[in-house]
Design a protein around this ligand. Structure first.
Ligand code: SAH
Length: 466
């Protein structure tokens, strides 16, 4: 991060602008939203600036900036639209002690102005370090469309009410109250005006004060295969509300970042130093936190119901009288077929698909190999890398065609996704040559659809792998 975002207190302080043309106008329109005292220095100011000066919205000096003009200014903008004059005025303002910005000159600026979404007092600043103003604007447009237009008044009423709301106990009761205000009761009430909203705020507090403590609860949430955009809306909300997140090793940082900053994050799949946490220990942790009243998210890679040892954890909750629910996620098999442009089932090819595990707790897992070896069968093998040779042997022994297509997808949906396309005969050899280190799913009976028919986003990866 080359630029650190902060919100600067400018009410009652000076901001100086040098220049009186288009660039100055654009900056002034933005600056006039603040409560700062604006001074403009321009030998030939635009008539609009003169009008603003006459209306008392800024102080205009119809001359070029001179030494001492930027004294006591917190910020200075050079909007002279002339490189020489910009450099001159900036040097003067710096000597006067102001932080300086030259419009459209990232390199010589001490600060830059972000794209701003303004729902005063809620202000969102978007910066790209000057790399992609188009992107910043697109994000701004997107946020503008998404945020309630009346968020400003809601936040202002809320701010004035903060003290009163402190009658609620710290932590969850207070958070629940504010979540209710901003996302449920508030937006409804503000439709009828600010007086109605104020009354609604009082009612809401009375309602929350009368509530008993919300008991702890566990959400078993699917984090999907890795791409944060493949989280469900419910998963996002659960992460937003969690006090404690107990996650697997497979869940990537991009997803964990979505949890509240105050949430306690527990890595239940730690590797490296010492063995990963035992299942009993995980069960105990989940129950312990829920019993203490926390909203617990047990975050699992993919879908929690697929090879996720979910039942052991839900049984532990039941035994302890802890309530729970499941939020499904996209399982690795779905993500992997999508990556190769195939479908899991296909009319005339396979009317069923098997999700099998390469190894279980006792070693390599046994399956109905005979059925799996039939032509046209499709199987998605989880945790199958180490068992590849075993699976290959079993299938060939039961008469599977040596040319059966097999595709291994490593890190599906992640930036480092790799696709290995091979056949049953060559599976274990190609797999050991490819030296895959990430989580990988093996699809028996499916080859990547011809690269030509695939979208351009997939094609290069495929070609690299083939
Ligand atoms: N509940 C998970 C599966 C857990 S078992 C799900 O529904 O996806 C762990 C196995 O899932 C890994 O060994 C690997 O075979 C597979 N897997 C998980 N994430 C994957 C990914 N992003 N790409 C490929 N395989 C993945």
């Amino acid at each position: 991060m080359q630029h650190f975002p902060i919100f600067l207190a400018v009410a009652g302080r000076r901001i100086v602008v040098s220049g009186g043309g288009e660039a100055a106008l654009a900056k002034l329109r933005l600056l006039m939203k603040t409560e700062a005292h604006l001074s403009v220095f321009a030998p030939a100011p635009d008539p609009q600036i003169v009008t603003w000066a006459e209306a008392g919205r800024l102080t205009l000096h119809a001359r070029a900036l001179e030494p001492g003009d930027a004294l006591c200014a917190v910020l200075f903008y050079a909007a002279d639209e002339d490189a020489v004059e910009d450099a001159r005025s900036t040097a003067l303002a710096r000597a006067d002690g102001a932080l300086t910005n030259i419009v459209d000159n990232l390199e010589d600026s001490q600060f830059i102005t972000p794209a701003i979404v303004d729902r005063d007092p809620v202000t969102i600043a978007i910066g790209t370090e000057g790399a992609a103003p188009v992107l910043a604007r697109a994000i701004k447009t997107d946020l503008e469309a998404r945020l309630p237009a009346r968020l400003g008044p809601l936040a202002r009423l809320g701010k004035a009410f903060r003290r009163v709301a402190e009658t609620l106990p710290h932590g969850r009761p207070r958070r629940d109250f504010w979540a209710d205000w901003y996302f449920r009761a508030g937006p409804r009430a503000i439709e009828d005006g600010e007086d109605a909203a104020q009354a609604a705020l009082d009612d809401l507090l009375a309602d929350h004060l009368a509530r008993k403590d919300r008991p702890g609860h566990v959400a078993f949430v699917g984090a999907g295969p890795g791409d944060p955009e493949l989280l469900t809306l419910k998963a996002r909300r659960a992460l937003d509300e969690a006090d404690v997140v107990i996650h697997d090793r497979l869940v990537g940082p991009g997803i964990l970042d979505l949890a509240r900053r105050e949430a306690l994050m527990i890595d239940a799949g730690k590797e490296g130093f010492g063995p990963s946490m035992t299942q009993d220990r995980i069960n105990a942790l989940i129950v312990e936190h829920a019993k203490s009243g926390a909203q617990v998210v047990r975050l699992k890679g993919g879908d929690p119901t697929v090879f996720g040892r979910l039942d052991e954890e839900t049984d532990a909750c039941d035994a302890a009288g802890v309530t729970w629910h499941i939020v499904p996620g996209i399982t690795a098999a779905s993500a992997s077929v999508a990556a190769i442009g195939q479908s899991l089932t296909s009319r005339g090819r396979n009317a069923s698909v098997r999700f099998v595990t390469g190894h279980d707790m006792k070693g390599f897992a046994d399956h109905d190999w005979k059925a799996l070896a039939r032509p046209g069968e499709v199987a998605a093998i989880y945790m199958g890398k180490r068992a590849a040779r075993f699976i290959q042997g079993r299938l060939l022994m039961h008469g599977a065609d040596r040319a059966t297509p097999v595709t291994v997808i490593e890190n599906a949906t992640r930036p480092d996704q790799r696709i290995l396309s091979t056949t049953l005969a060559d599976l274990s050899r190609d797999l050991s040559e490819a030296d895959l280190t990430g989580p990988a799913l093996t699809l028996i009976g499916l080859a990547p659809r011809a690269a030509i028919t695939l979208g351009t986003t997939i094609e290069p990866r495929l070609q690299e792998a083939l």
